[in-house]
Design a protein around this ligand. Structure first.
Ligand SMILES: Cc1ncc(COP(=O)(O)O)c(C=O)c1O
Length: 399
């Protein structure tokens, strides 16, 4: 939880300065890695005092973190307008699960966007079900009509915008306004945009979650999650994470904080390169829909224009010739794109994806075979040349 007065700084300045309190950095630029399970007290009075104050940002016990973790959490809070505090978790999935556990109890119902990240769905379908919480899935494009799905048991809504794999942009303000009126908590997986491109709490979200594994870390070498919230939910989120024993390694927190310092320049480059490549793909005769929120093909594009401050580097496109062999030939022929799941790093990736497999409330109407691209920080000209070459193999496989 931050105790510094917030200055109206521009995002790049915020990304470089936030969380760097002098009490944590000392005489160096970055708060060092504090490795500790045991925190030592000067005397018994101080030991007792620690128990009663139960304060954040103070030495207490290893699980409560050290200046390395506090600084990162503080920075993420400062970068989310309207936030009171941020909890860190050892992965994005841990952040989603623990935040849901902070607001749900047996007998509750939760509404989940049909386009949500598949492990979020699994957590609801298996774990929450065992807890006697019922998940209902909704059309990500439902907007204010979500109110028609509310029952007196609906306690939470999980949003993800844009959706995983298929990139529908949700009307987050409309959904959150309806939820707030009905006393329902809203949680958003904001991994794609981060608070930089979508200031979630300002748009009405109660708990904003990111897989910091992606853009915050930015270098494909750390798993980390974060959930940021306002006054109403802060204490509950914090206590639940503590009760569930959530703690992040100081080395990982250090690397994430280092990533954060370049977030602004990386996001801008991801945005520009991804847009260049998405527009180039749109001109190719082999390509059907290009599902990039900043392009008109993408469902919810108008909402993206209204609500977002930018777009990041992940999008999907449709190969018209939709057979598996042609798609595999295309992906396998790429040289500069790795084949892998975890995105948001500096290196480009390509992945065959099939949204139809993960839906229950809506039908996936795409006709072709989807490929999801993570556009990294390489020169986009080289990436385009690589994609152009892969189209030759794609034609070969189809003939
Ligand atoms: C949208 C989204 N949310 C959450 C996660 C989970 O993050 P993590 O891999 O850190 O658990 C991912 C991972 O791919 C993701 O794409």
């Amino acid at each position: 939880m931050t105790d510094r007065p917030r200055k109206p700084l521009k995002p790049a300045t915020q990304a470089t300065n936030s969380g760097r309190r002098s009490e944590w950095t000392g005489a160096v630029v970055n708060p060092p890695v504090w490795r500790a399970s045991t925190h030592l007290y000067p005397d018994v009075v101080a030991l007792r005092e620690g128990l009663t104050s139960n304060a954040d940002g103070r030495f207490f016990y290893g699980r409560r973190g050290s200046p390395t973790q506090w600084s990162l959490a503080d920075a993420l809070t400062e970068m989310e307008p309207g936030a009171t505090g941020t909890m860190l978790y050892p992965s994005g999935v841990a952040a989603i699960s623990c935040a849901l556990l902070a607001v749900l109890k047996p007998g509750d119902e939760i509404l989940i966007a049909d386009s949500s990240y598949d492990p979020s769905r699994s957590f609801a379908d298996v774990f929450l079900k065992r807890m006697e919480v019922t998940a209902h899935y909704y059309d990500p494009l439902i907007g204010a009509d979500i109110a028609n799905l509310f029952s007196d048991k609906t306690r939470a809504i999980l949003l993800e915008s844009p959706g995983s794999l298929s990139f529908e942009v949700q009307d987050v303000p409309a959904i959150c306004a309806a939820a707030r009126k009905a006393g329902i908590t809203t949680l958003l997986d904001n991994t794609w945009a981060t608070s930089r491109f979508f200031p979630a709490l300002e748009k009405g979200v109660d708990i904003s979650i990111v897989a910091a594994t992606k853009y915050i870390v930015g270098h494909s070498d750390v798993m980390l999650g974060a959930a940021t919230t306002h006054d109403k939910y802060w204490n509950r989120l914090r206590r639940t994470a503590q009760q569930l024993g959530q703690v992040v390694s100081p080395d990982d927190a250090y690397l994430a904080a280092r990533g954060l310092r370049t977030l602004e320049v990386r996001l801008r480059q991801h945005e520009s390169s991804a847009l260049t490549i998405a527009r180039w793909l749109k001109e190719r005769e082999e390509v059907g829909l290009v599902l990039h929120p900043a392009l008109p093909d993408c469902p919810g594009h108008e909402i993206w224009k209204r609500d977002f401050l930018g777009s990041s580097g992940l999008f999907s496109f449709e190969l018209k010739q939709g057979d598996e062999a042609s798609r595999a030939a295309f992906v396998d022929a790429l040289d500069l794109f790795g084949i892998g799941y975890s995105w948001g790093g500096y290196e480009s990736l390509a992945l065959p994806v099939d949204p139809a497999k993960h839906r229950t409330a809506t039908e996936w109407k795409g006709k072709g075979a989807l490929v999801r691209l993570n556009i990294g920080l390489e020169d986009p000209d080289d990436l385009i040349a690589d994609l152009a070459n892969a189209f030759e193999h794609y034609h070969g496989a189809g003939s």
